[in-house]
Write a protein of this length. Sequence first.
Length: 118
Amino acid sequence: MPVSYITHRGRKILYVNFKDMKTKDIVMNNIEEMKKFYVEATEDIYLLLDVRGTYNDPEVMDRLKTYGKMYFNGKSVKRAVLGVSGVKKILLKGYAMFTKTEVQPFDSEEDAKDYLAS
């Protein structure tokens, strides 16, 4: 399941695994699933987002920015992202500026989980 909760060092983490999703439709459907978790959440969210090898385009980024402001910001305490390099690093900075949030990029899943659990 691309969106689910995991536990790391006692911390409940929303793990959004978009790794290797190669089409816009798949990515957009999973963004909608992610939104449902946020809408239904009754507690703060610690987010781990894996975008390694994931399809991206301006429409995907626009959806993420819109949902970031509407749904994700108010409930996210910490955000960690895997797979951010090159152009994706620029897009992440743009997302963070647009939504006025802090998002930490990581190369290692274990480091990202440790950050969220701290």
